[in-house]
Write a protein that binds this ligand. Structure first.
Ligand SMILES: Cc1ncc(COP(=O)(O)O)c(C=O)c1O
Length: 404
């Protein structure tokens, strides 16, 4: 039957987001999904906190509340942000259903059909899935080791009207790179000069394994142009579906109104449960514990890549976050290889580059997650992947496609 769906759905259906979480193959070693280590979810402590809510609270726990979110938790989020040097008060923190909702609300707030949107190339697949529905005109700006290429950005800004720029400055998804301080400053200057809003998506900010995080864009913001997103997904558990955004009061107010239209409010039970958890547990201690493990996993995956990958495959060496980004010679299509050999033969998966660029122009790169798998799987998965890559590279032929 012909279904009369909106045109924008045609684009969102191509995002590839749905495939990432597919793990139907038994024992598949998935480096694809950005999963935290589920053995480290503080299940008992969360259970106690949620029980406490039911035991202690009046019936209003399950009542409607306001769209901004549970105030004691907003205060705690604001304190957490301030501790990192990002200005925030309970009044301009909006609690969201994950950082994902912050992306969607911002797109809804800023983008009319055809409006200019700059994204890092490559970028977070879920953001593209969200943006696609608003039918923007994408401008891709390449990534360097120290963040997005600001010279390329300047050229885009000289030629096009840009309303929104989406960036993941801290341990970027998918490359793992950190935007340098000077680029952060340049970006703020450019936003002021060319009059655009910056969406700073920072769910990995606390996951710093080497060095220290740099000042957030929001902390450098001089004209209230930065909307900053964060999340409990990577530091507590993604199943909570709890995140936040902070922005200047005017933007925060407008985003809160949009949120009311989207889902009225973030589930009150979750906000209160997490608040109770934070009253009796140290989030900082929990983050320190998972960071210790994730650093070991990252270093181990890097060591495995160093040992097993063929020499002409390069990879990034992040300072934090969840991902390592590999680049093969330009005639290798890692997307085609994933379905033809990696999954069926190697029992290993990753996110191929194609869906991480709005233009879908690149095929020879892939994102590897190291947090969600055991040390043993990291080794076995990297070994299996490397064997297939070696085989393909020694055959020295173009593997079903090329860049551009
Ligand atoms: C850069 C980035 N933004 C947002 C999200 C969505 O996170 P959440 O679970 O908080 O919605 C993710 C999840 O992987 C992400 O990597």
């Amino acid at each position: 039957m012909y279904k009369r769906l909106a045109k924008r759905v045609q684009r969102t259906n191509q995002s590839g987001l749905g495939n990432i979480f597919e793990t139907s193959q038994a024992n598949l070693i998935s480096f694809a999904a950005g999963f935290p280590d589920q053995n480290r979810f503080p299940k008992k402590a969360l259970q106690q906190a949620f029980n406490q809510i039911f035991e202690q609270s009046e019936d209003e726990t399950l009542q409607y509340h306001d769209s901004l979110g549970f105030e004691p938790l907003r205060q705690k989020v604001a304190a957490h942000l301030k501790q990192q040097g990002t200005p925030a008060t309970a009044q301009n923190v909006l609690l969201t259903q994950g950082a994902q909702q912050g992306i969607d609300l911002t797109a809804r707030l800023v983008l009319d059909k055809g409006d200019g949107l700059v994204v890092e190339a490559p970028t977070y697949i879920g953001a593209l899935a969200s943006f696609d529905a608003y039918e923007p005109t994408y401008y891709e700006v390449g990534m360097a080791e120290d963040g997005l290429d600001t010279n390329q950005l300047k050229k885009v800004l000289l030629q096009h009207d840009v309303k929104l720029l989406y960036t993941i400055p801290d341990y970027q998804n998918p490359t793992g790179s950190v935007m340098s301080l000077s680029k952060r400053q340049t970006l703020i200057e450019l936003a002021n000069r060319y009059n655009f809003i910056i969406l700073e998506d920072s769910p990995y900010r606390d996951l710093c394994y080497h060095g220290n995080p740099l000042p957030s864009l929001r902390s450098l913001d001089t004209q209230g142009r930065v909307i900053n997103l964060g999340s409990f997904s990577k530091i507590l558990a993604p199943g909570l579906r709890l995140g936040w955004l902070t922005a200047d009061p005017e933007l925060c107010q407008a985003l809160t109104t949009l949120k009311a239209g989207a889902d009225v409010e973030t589930p009150s039970l979750v906000m209160q449960g997490v608040n109770a958890y934070l009253e009796t547990n140290s989030l900082e201690a929990h983050i320190a514990e998972i960071n210790h493990l994730y650093q070991q996993k990252m270093d181990y995956m890097l060591a495995c890549l160093d040992k097993y990958l063929p020499e002409n495959i390069s990879y990034t060496k992040p300072q934090g976050g969840f991902f390592i980004w590999i680049t093969a010679p330009s005639n290798i299509d890692l997307g085609a290889l994933l379905t033809s050999r990696m999954i069926p033969e190697g029992n290993v998966s990753y996110v191929p580059a194609k869906n991480l660029y709005p233009s879908k122009a690149f095929h020879n790169q892939a994102r590897l997650n190291f947090t969600g798998q055991s040390f043993e799987n990291i080794k076995n998965g990297v070994q299996a992947m490397s064997e297939i890559l070696k085989d393909v590279l020694t055959q020295n032929y173009s593997y079903a496609g090329s860049n551009k």
